[in-house]
Ligand binder design. Structure first.
Ligand code: ADP
Length: 270
């Protein structure tokens, strides 16, 4: 019997115990993915702050030049104010440097992964989430090359998020009962399709599903971060994701991941 990494199987009720453990692991993964998105948001804000801070520094230097032309007492006071301004601008720039260096490590720490093993783990963990809802999950396809470079936890999170979304859509609509994951290789990339026969996504909603904080779920049920995190993680792997759907005809997410480590790093940098 396979156990999830955080499971310690001393329970007299292994079935229940494993179910709880899987739920806990899922919650941890979801929490980690929220943190990953916060990191991305922080990096984006840091980037946006760099230009206005550069303008502030130039303006402060201009004021300092003018202050030198003032009578000594007033000029001295103005110069000290400018120094305080510059010192604090410098502090903000170093905070920005730190945030950006923390989040610019896309591609580092990647290792050679096998998509079949990842999907096997995902199937194992999600089984307990979807089986009670009467939803089946099937893995199909034999890619000629199953290898790629990446972060195992992040790629698992990607598929867990997609499965969770599909099963929630089926549960809340009462429409659909199966999820299919098909894997193939086009020689340069692994191509994975995650398909469900759930309610589908309305035409006006589809273009917005990858936007951060976009959700159609009732308040308290969804925060709208799942798919934006998924897209960020796939991008960090040099890959791409898209979605096709029509109301009543289910939804298909297509993920493309490069096999080659250098191609992945190059495409992740854009
Ligand atoms: P959340 O799950 O918190 O709503 P997501 O970013 O994961 O945030 O999803 C955004 C929206 O995309 C969902 O609220 C839902 O409307 C739609 N969605 C995602 N996957 C599916 C799916 N498989 N079937 C139907 N709708 C989906």
């Amino acid at each position: 019997m396979r156990t999830s990494p955080i499971s310690e199987d001393h329970s007299p009720l292994p079935e229940d115990r494993e179910g709880l453990t899987d739920k806990k692991r899922l919650q941890e993964l979801i929490q980690a993915s929220k943190l990953a998105l916060l990191g991305q948001l922080a990096a984006g804000i840091a980037h946006e702050l760099r230009n206005p801070l550069a303008v502030l520094r130039i303006e402060s230097d201009e004021i300092a030049l003018l202050a030198k032309a003032l009578p000594s007492e007033a000029g001295g006071a103005a110069l000290r104010h400018c120094e305080t301004l510059n010192r604090n601008i410098g502090k903000m720039v170093s905070i920005i440097d730190r945030i950006q260096s923390m989040s610019s490590n896309a591609g580092t720490g990647f290792k050679k992964l096998d998509i079949r093993e990842i999907l096997g783990e995902v199937e194992h963990w999600s089984r307990r989430l979807i089986e009670p809802l009467g939803i089946s999950l099937s893995l199909e396809g034999q890619p000629s090359d199953p290898h790629f470079y990446g972060n195992e936890t992040q790629i698992e999170e990607v598929f867990l998020n997609l499965i969770r979304n599909a099963s929630e859509a089926m549960r809340s609509s009462g429409h659909g009962s199966s999820i299919r994951i098909r894997t193939e290789s086009d020689g340069r990339h692994i191509v994975i399709a995650v398909e469900d026969d759930g309610p589908g996504i309305p035409e006006d909603v589809l273009p917005r599903i990858f936007d951060p904080f976009f959700t159609t779920k009732p308040e308290g049920e969804g925060v709208g971060l799942g798919l934006s995190i998924v897209a960020e993680m796939i991008k960090a792997h040099g890959g791409a994701i898209d979605a096709q759907s029509a109301p009543g005809s289910g939804t298909r997410f297509r993920i493309v991941l490069p096999h080659d480590r250098r191609l992945a790093a190059r495409e992740a940098r854009g």
